[in-house]
Design a protein around this ligand. Structure first.
Ligand code: ADP
Length: 549
């Protein structure tokens, strides 16, 4: 027997309709790409998003057509985003930090028809567009005064187009399974692959994100999404923010410590989300200028593991709660959150750290399991490693154009490519990407765990651990360090810093100092490139590797 409730397609245009109807005056504040702070409201954003839809309809953009954005987090980006999705077209967020060849590949693979571009990226687009035959038009997201003289063929000025368009446009009316967003994973292995979100998956992800253990947004919050909209939908904030009626503060092109601090201070930011590297920059700025951020209650940190030193800095020095999130483009991206349970909160603060550094538990709607390579399920005992598998309505079932073939196991779980443990409290901890794990004497060493401790040394700016070939043990860990400016090299002090914090047989065989540790397009350490740069490195012959104890 079927239920008798209404059929109300879960399409994301309803999110912005809701913000306009019930939170019309709540602000969206942007540090514009042109420079000045721009203030607008959900009601205005809604009207302008409808104008975007009419512009696109005027160019015969239809349900399923791909329309790309190459843009920072701004109010205009939100307008374009909803304007595209509202008429059933697919908003393809391009990551400008990718190499030009990768962008060309992605644009061609997606067959983007139109690209909305920020002023910053006009030169980049001028260079790559001749190689992108499917692109018919470009919209430069600025006004007539700052519209650049550009070589781009068929380039229109965003504000001029909106001025000439009507706000009268009916959104929705298509199936909730219709595609609405496209985001390519950065392709650390092989070509980038497209994750094609549906209206339904993003709507459900919004509800999932609104749980208090997740983003928990409300009209009282002032949210600063530093994580870009091109990085897995700003971790859902571009939907959950408007859905909850929270004020949004959009950082535009500037993500340095001073710029972020200024927005926090002037707009009264209560909650923000970014990768660890952004927070390190902010903390450095706060410490250098002896500043505090009293309005900020919580920060969400994810994208790569959060070192204990970062958690303690926020908690102890700035009285800010750190919420760690794990996820990936393929999981929309929310996968787990490190919200402590009452039992764990009852522990002494130092003991809580063991869980605070873990990636946490999944919210309702995400299923997790651990499997070994033979496909057997692994126990949740906190020490057995396994491949982390996920299932749910917000998890990818296939890649765009079926790249990579069948990506699910026989029970419909997706293999994340991460290796992790799950403990008796249900807390998942990533030990490595499967391709980065160090295999030493038949056992696995977690590069992430060593890195997170090593980066806590006061002289270290960035730390990475990679495996180096070893005649007896197969691979041994090597600690690669980028020192803070002006610090001097002393291998032993970094090894001594690890003593007692990791198993003896995990102790790196060597320390290598480098001027630069490469970061990938989403701000994470690019281990593939780092390994490539250190390909001629050999372990010192005298390396004294302790036997496993
Ligand atoms: P990519 O950087 O590969 O394009 P994503 O941005 O989707 O893709 O990154 C997903 C990966 O980032 C995860 O599979 C995991 O390895 C890593 N990751 C994300 N959050 C965390 C976290 N909190 N701790 C450790 N690793 C994380």
């Amino acid at each position: 027997m079927l239920g008798l409730m209404q059929d109300w397609p879960l399409t994301v245009d309803r999110i912005l309709d809701h913000s306009k109807n019930w939170h019309p005056r709540r602000e969206v504040v942007t540090r514009s790409v042109e420079g000045p702070i721009v203030r607008t409201t959900y009601a205005e954003i809604h009207g302008r998003a409808k104008r975007v839809s009419n512009v696109l309809k005027g160019w015969d953009v239809k349900v399923g057509d791909r329309v790309a954005t190459l843009a920072w987090n701004t109010g205009r980006h939100i307008e374009a985003w909803y304007g595209i999705m509202g008429i059933g077209a697919v908003c393809h967020t391009l990551n400008p930090r990718l190499f030009p060849e990768q962008l060309i590949y992605i644009i061609n693979h997606a067959e983007d028809r139109i690209i909305f571009v920020d002023l910053t990226f006009v030169p980049l687009l001028e260079a790559i567009l001749p190689h992108c035959p499917t692109v018919e038009r470009v919209v430069v997201m600025t006004d007539a005064v700052t519209m650049p003289a550009t070589k781009l063929p068929k380039a229109d000025c965003y504000e001029a187009l909106l001025e000439g368009a009507s706000e009268d446009c009916v959104w929705g009316g298509f199936d909730e399974q219709t595609a609405c967003g496209l985001c390519y994973t950065s392709g650390t292995t092989g070509n980038p692959k497209g994750v094609l979100y549906s209206h339904r998956s993003n709507f459900i992800h919004t509800l999932l994100g609104m749980q208090s253990t997740v983003l928990g947004p409300s009209p009282k919050e002032v949210i600063l999404p530093v994580v870009p909209m091109f990085h897995a939908n700003a971790w859902g904030i571009a939907f959950a923010g408007p859905a909850s009626g929270a004020k949004l503060v959009m950082p535009g092109a500037r993500m340095d410590g001073a710029a972020i601090y200024e927005l926090i201070e002037t707009e009264g930011v209560t909650f923000s989300a970014a990768v660890p590297t952004v927070w390190q920059l902010l903390l450095a700025h706060l410490r250098e200028h002896n500043l505090k951020i009293p309005t900020v209650k919580r920060v969400l940190i994810g994208g790569s593991a959060v070192p204990e030193s970062l958690i303690r800095a926020f908690n102890d020095e700035f009285d800010v709660e750190v919420l760690q999130g794990w996820g990936m483009t393929e999981t929309s991206p929310i996968g787990t959150l490190s919200t402590l349970t009452p039992e764990l909160l009852a522990l002494p603060y130092d003991e809580q750290m063991k869980w605070r550094i873990k990636q946490g538990v999944p919210p309702l709607g995400v299923e997790l399991k651990l499997k070994n390579y033979a496909g057997q399920e692994m126990p949740h005992d906190g020490s057995t490693y396994g491949r982390l598998m996920v299932r749910g309505p917000t998890i990818a079932g296939a890649y765009f154009k079926d790249e990579g073939g069948d990506i699910l196991d026989h029970e419909g779980f997706f293999d994340t490519g991460d290796v992790s443990t799950i403990d008796e409290h249900g807390f998942m901890q990533i030990t490595d990407r499967a391709k980065d794990v160090i295999k030493s004497g038949g056992e696995w060493i977690s590069s992430i765990e060593i890195e997170n401790i090593a980066v806590g040394h006061p002289k270290v700016e960035l730390a990475a651990v990679i495996g180096a070939a070893h005649p007896k043990w197969d691979e041994r860990p090597v600690l690669v360090i980028k020192l803070k400016p002006g610090e001097t090299q002393d291998k032993q002090e970094h090894l001594d810093f690890l003593v007692g914090k990791i198993a003896k047989w995990w102790m790196p065989d060597d320390v290598v100092f480098v001027d630069d540790i490469p970061l990938g397009a989403t701000g994470k350490i690019d281990k593939k490139l780092l390994r490539e740069r250190l390909k001629d490195y050999r372990l010192p012959a005298a390396a004294n590797t302790p036997e496993r104890v």
